[in-house]
Design a protein around this ligand. Structure first.
Ligand SMILES: CC(C)(COP(=O)(O)OP(=O)(O)OC[C@H]1O[C@@H](n2cnc3c(N)ncnc32)[C@H](O)[C@@H]1OP(=O)(O)O)[C@@H](O)C(=O)NCCC(=O)NCCS
Length: 220
């Protein structure tokens, strides 16, 4: 599902069926010592997806361990992103020669819990959500906004190793094209001598899920 939101130089694998904990590599099992079963299963399943996506790139299987602030540690020369939510796990990877960073996110397709939207949305985003809701009332645009911001953070963090707050990117959606832009409100990372001022991504919804994805092409 997520693959169709990404360019062909990205390999993405997703699933709605859980793997067994046996899929964990020993080093992965070691970081999960105190994790509850639900966490162990989502962690294992998304790594099955990631290793399948790496295989499509011709990259040997490897343990994928959480690094600083939880960002996944990919094999050398690889960038990628992973997501899991109820009923869905997905991973996307690319070679560094093609991609500078990737961010993907999946969320259940329902309204955000009370109070969350006010905590994450900027005034102009509130205004766009009101317009979108009037035109397309079946879509939970608030959940899409949240997912887009999660994808932004997952693409941002490996480039900067810095926190990015929810009000530090301004999202604008194009529902006809299924695309969005995220304009950074803080200085962006410099890629090959040029500052990255924002991200572009794609989104899709089903009855049960919202999916968002960003792939930043390699500079040059
Ligand atoms: C880290 C975060 C983005 C994860 O998103 P989520 O919707 O809660 O959870 P998901 O299941 O979709 O994604 C979890 C995966 O994200 C990845 N991830 C975690 N921290 C990450 C980071 N700092 N950078 C990149 N990817 C990260 C991991 O692969 C993780 O899965 P794993 O622990 O099994 O390896 C979220 O919890 C968070 O901290 N958000 C606050 C920051 C933010 O969103 N700012 C908005 C900027 S506009």
């Amino acid at each position: 599902m997520i693959a169709r939101l990404l360019p062909d130089w990205v390999r993405a694998v997703d699933t709605t069926t859980d793997a067994s904990e046996d899929a964990l590599w020993p080093a992965e099992r070691a970081v999960l010592e105190r994790a509850v079963p639900k966490r162990r299963i989502e962690f294992a399943t998304v790594r099955v997806c990631a290793r399948a996506a790496l295989a499509e790139l011709g990259v040997p299987a490897a343990a994928i361990l959480p690094g600083p602030r939880g960002a996944p540690g990919w094999p050398p020369g690889i960038v990628g992103s992973m997501t899991h939510c109820a009923g869905y796990r997905g991973a996307a990877v690319a070679r560094r020669e093609h991609a500078a960073s990737i961010g993907i996110d999946a969320e259940p397709h329902g309204p955000l819990p009370d109070g969350v939207l006010d905590a994450i949305a900027r005034p102009e985003e509130h205004r766009q959500l009101a317009e979108l809701a009037a035109g397309h009332p079946a879509v939970h645009w608030d959940r899409l906004l949240f997912s887009m911001k999660e994808s932004v953070y997952k693409a941002w963090y490996p480039l900067t190793e810095r926190w990015l707050d929810f009000d530090e990117a301004s999202i604008a959606m194009d529902p006809g094209a299924g695309t969005f832009t995220a304009a950074l409100q803080v200085a962006g990372p410099v890629l090959d001598g040029r500052e990255l001022t924002g991200f572009t991504g794609r989104f899709a919804t089903s009855d049960t899920l919202v999916l968002t994805a960003i792939a930043v092409p390699a500079a040059g």
